[in-house]
Every structure is written in structure tokens, then in C-alpha cells.
Design a binder for this molecule. Structure first.
Ligand SMILES: NC(=O)c1ccc[n+]([C@@H]2O[C@H](COP(=O)([O-])OP(=O)(O)OC[C@H]3O[C@@H](n4cnc5c(N)ncnc54)[C@H](OP(=O)(O)O)[C@@H]3O)[C@@H](O)[C@H]2O)c1
Length: 233
């Protein structure tokens, strides 16, 4: 099986790539992000699990780079079984400090990139009549977090995109799952004074994604909300 994961160089994306590699003997995992060195390290872990990785250094906000990455994946392995739209950035700023440029950049990386990646991989999935698209959204897709207008807007939008993709593809064998994690222990939280034990492990988000994929193709886990046991931090 072939999996494409964006934002695979660390955090939740790396955990998802490694979880598929560990679960499926025949996993072929395309690892997409900008940091080649970190992708190579995730590739080594996937290889240790017996999977075949493909390191795809790509800026997902660059449409041409995404097209080239998708062409490489298709040329190497054909139509993927799973595409995980996970790349994202969290840049909090109160409205008094948020610039239009800052707002747009959150929309670009968290929302528009998922649209562009979806458009790159969905047509052959529809033609084949199977495939599974995942979107790593956020609790910020569902409620307002002051100081996070750009992030909340992008993640609310991501949920809307995923819901439309789901509706437009439900009769075509394509499954669509949106995951809404709360605070998860990843490099995003570096420098924040918080006990890592208070946060969810990225491996739990990854296990949920793999489990959603593993369900029968008569069932789709449309949306799943995951929060730390003690709630938001
Ligand atoms: N951690 C949390 O508490 C939490 C909670 C809810 C939702 N989420 C969501 O979960 C996803 C992963 O979060 P995380 O905590 O694992 O974040 P992270 O540790 O900051 O990792 C973000 C990933 O996205 C990639 N990325 C960022 N900008 C990119 C770009 N322009 N092109 C390609 N790749 C890019 C990064 O790789 P490069 O820098 O190498 O490009 C990295 O692999 C994000 O969508 C985030 O919004 C996280």
C-alpha cells in the first residue's frame, strides 16, 4: 500500500508515517515536508519497520512543487491508497498584532495547501474507485481560541474543505476522515512551559489515523475529536 504524508518531517506527521510503516509490511511511504535532513531521519525509522520510504522535499505552499511531488509519487508507485494532509503551522497573534500577510500565510500553509494536494491526488483515486484522504484539522476547527484568528480561520476552513470533499466523493469509493486533535506533544510546543505528560502523545493521533484506514471500506470515520484527558491546556 502507498501512503503520502505531508508535514512528515516531525511531530504528528512523522508519527503517522511511522505508524503505517509499522502496521503494514508492504507500506510505501512518501514523506513530504521542507526539511530534507529530518525527512531522511523519519525515512530511516520507516525503513527499520520494513517499509519503503520516498523522501519528497516540498514546500506545500508552492503549487508547482506540489505538482512535481505528486508526479514523482505517481511515476514511482502509481495512485496512492492514502493521502494525509497534515502539514501546518501554528503562529498565534492577537488581532491587534495580526497582519494581513500573517493571516494569509496561515491560510496558505494550513488550508490552501490541503486543497492543492487534494487536487493533485484525488482524480486518479476517483478513477480507480478507491482511496482515503485524511485532514489533520484541530480543536481550533470547532471553537474559537483568542489570539489565534489566523489559525482558527484556516482550521475552520480545512474542516469545510474536507466536508465538501467527503460529500463529492462518497459515491466514488473515496473515504475522507478529518481528525481534530487538541494539544499534542510535538516540537510545536517547544519552549512552552508545560508538562509534556499533560499533552497527548503524537502516537495516539497516528494510531487513530491507522485505525480509521483499517476499518472496512463499507465504513468511513468521518470526523474524530481527540483531547488530552484533562482537556485543553
Ligand atoms: N501539536 C498540536 O498540539 C496540534 C494540535 C492540533 C492540530 N495540530 C495540527 O497537526 C498538524 C501537525 O502538527 P505538529 O504539532 O506535528 O506540528 P510541527 O511539529 O510543527 O510539524 C509541522 C509539520 O508541517 C511541516 N510544514 C510546515 N510548513 C510546511 C510547508 N510550507 N511545506 C511543507 N511542510 C510544511 C513541517 O515540516 P518542515 O518544517 O520540514 O517543512 C512539519 O513536518 C498541523 O496541521 C497542526 O496544525 C497540532
Amino acid at each position: 500500500m502507498t501512503i503520502v504524508v505531508t508535514g512528515a518531517s516531525q511531530g504528528i506527521g512523522a508519527a503517522i508515517a511511522e505508524a503505517f510503516a509499522a502496521r503494514y509490511d508492504d507500506a510505501r511511504v512518501a514523506l513530504v515536508a521542507r526539511s530534507t535532513g529530518k525527512l531522511e531521519s523519519v525515512a530511516d525509522t520507516c525503513r527499520d519497520h520494513g517499509a519503503t520510504p520516498l523522501v519528497c522535499p516540498t514546500d506545500v505552499t508552492d503549487d508547482e512543487a506540489v505538482a512535481a511531488m505528486a508526479e514523482r509519487v505517481h511515476d514511482t508507485w502509481g495512485t496512492p491508497d492514502v493521502v494525509v494532509n497534515n502539514a501546518g503551522a501554528f503562529t498565534p497573534a492577537p488581532l491587534s498584532e495580526l497582519t494581513a500577510e500573517g493571516f494569509r500565510s496561515q491560510i496558505d500553509v494550513n488550508l490552501t495547501s490541503a486543497f492543492v494536494v487534494t487536487q493533485a491526488f484525488l482524480p486518479p483515486m476517483r478513477k480507480r474507485g478507491s482511496g482515503h484522504l485524511f485532514y489533520t484539522a484541530s480543536v481550533a476547527s470547532l471553537q474559537a481560541y483568542p489570539g489565534n484568528a489566523g489559525y482558527c480561520a484556516s482550521k475552520h476552513g480545512l474542516r469545510g474543505l474536507a466536508r465538501v470533499v467527503r460529500e463529492e466523493t462518497k459515491d466514488e469509493g473515496v473515504r475522507v476522515t478529518t481528525v481534530f486533535p487538541g494539544a499534542t506533544h510535538t516540537p510545536t510546543w517547544e519552549g512552552v512551559d508545560i508538562d509534556p505528560e499533560r499533552l497527548m502523545p503524537a502516537e495516539d493521533i497516528a494510531a487513530t489515523v491507522v485505525q480509521a484506514y483499517a476499518l472496512s471500506d463499507r465504513t468511513v470515520m468521518e470526523e474524530v475529536l481527540l483531547r488530552p484527558q484533562q482537556g485543553d491546556v
